[in-house]
Design a protein around this ligand. Structure first.
Ligand SMILES: NC(=O)c1ccc[n+]([C@@H]2O[C@H](COP(=O)([O-])OP(=O)(O)OC[C@H]3O[C@@H](n4cnc5c(N)ncnc54)[C@H](OP(=O)(O)O)[C@@H]3O)[C@@H](O)[C@H]2O)c1
Length: 295
């Protein structure tokens, strides 16, 4: 199997689309045309990506290719599909949104094309040289288009995995939690370090490295083994010090408690679960937090 000789029309040669085009070229496919909003932006991207033609959306009539990919921003997909369907000729049409269903490409289905979506789970920043190689790719489509989407994912060097349309918002919400959520969690942890007197730059560097190592452990072993720290160890005395330190910061305390609860669920049978839960609910009956004499 190979993309050798297969033709692609790429609509929206931005961050995700450019990375796709590089993988398409690398797999031996032909980049039949690059389509953008203006002739100038299409031309620049076409030169950069080695396209056979570069056109604005209005000038795309009559184009033919095996595959058309709409790599425009999510909010533009429906309108661009409406504008291009019937004016270009293609067998397969995919968009790249992780949240929207393939059904937004309905205008193309009406013209006889098979529709689907391919969502590469990767942060494309627009840097020269980015590709889809090695990415997890969520493939959502019916029938033939699903098999074609999986084939494309494989040929582009990614790991295609089928997902149902109704599962997409949850899939995408989870990805947002894992990526942006981790960054936001690090922002909160950084503020706590600053409250403890450490400089922000130091905090960002050291905490992100710590976080990366913890994430790497999750990628290579089961959660019960990857989870470290006082909750996984059931170090109740340390936990008491943490909950006390977080009293002034209810937002961080609530997050700490929610994540601690998941840590308990993933590390069952180690004891002290109820004591820890009481502590997190501030019902531990331990030393009075107001007691200034406490050491
Ligand atoms: N970036 C990522 O990390 C990433 C990862 C996975 C999936 N995705 C998905 O990929 C899609 C594109 O996202 P992106 O981050 O690559 O966006 P982007 O960098 O902003 O690129 C969007 C491209 O679409 C063109 N465009 C914008 N509006 C258009 C319109 N109305 N008609 C035709 N072309 C239009 C833009 O070019 P002109 O302005 O020159 O027209 C640009 O080439 C989205 O569905 C997104 O969810 C992105």
């Amino acid at each position: 199997l190979s993309l050798r000789g297969s033709t692609l029309i790429l609509v929206g040669p931005g961050r995700a689309g450019s990375a796709l085009a590089r993988s398409w070229n690398a797999a031996g496919g032909r980049l039949r045309a690059v389509v953008a909003r203006t002739p100038a932006s299409a031309e620049a991207a076409g030169l950069r990506l080695g396209a056979e033609a570069s056109l604005p959306v209005e000038g795309a009539a009559g184009l033919e290719a095996d595959v058309l990919v709409l790599a425009v921003p999510d909010d533009a997909i429906e309108a661009v599909a409406f504008s291009l369907a019937g004016r270009v000729s293609t067998r397969w049409v995919f968009h790249l949104s992780g949240a929207l269903e393939a059904g937004v490409l309905e205008p193309f289905r009406k013209t006889g094309a098979a529709i689907g979506s391919l969502h590469p789970l990767a942060p494309f920043t627009g840097k020269e040289g980015e590709t889809w190689r090695g990415a997890f790719i969520a493939v959502e489509a019916d029938g033939d288009a699903a098999a074609e989407g999986e084939r494309l994912a494989r040929e582009l060097g990614g790991r295609g995995h089928r997902i149902g349309a109704s599962g997409k918002p949850l899939y995408h919400a989870a990805a947002t939690l894992a990526a942006g959520g981790t960054a936001a969690l690090l922002a909160i942890a950084t503020k706590l370090w600053q409250n403890a007197g450490l400089p922000e730059a130091e905090a960002r560097g050291a905490l992100s490295l710590l976080s990366r190592r913890a994430a790497e452990a999750v990628g290579s072993m089961p959660f019960a083994e990857a989870l470290t720290g006082p909750i996984a160890r059931r170090d109740v005395g340390t936990l008491r010090a943490h909950t006390k330190a977080l009293r002034e910061n209810p937002e961080a305390a609530a997050l700490y408690a929610a994540l601690a609860e998941e840590t308990l669920r993933q590390t069952p049978g180690r004891g002290s679960e109820e004591a820890i839960r009481r502590l997190l609910r501030h019902e531990d009956g331990g030393p009075d937090p107001e007691d200034a004499a406490e050491g």
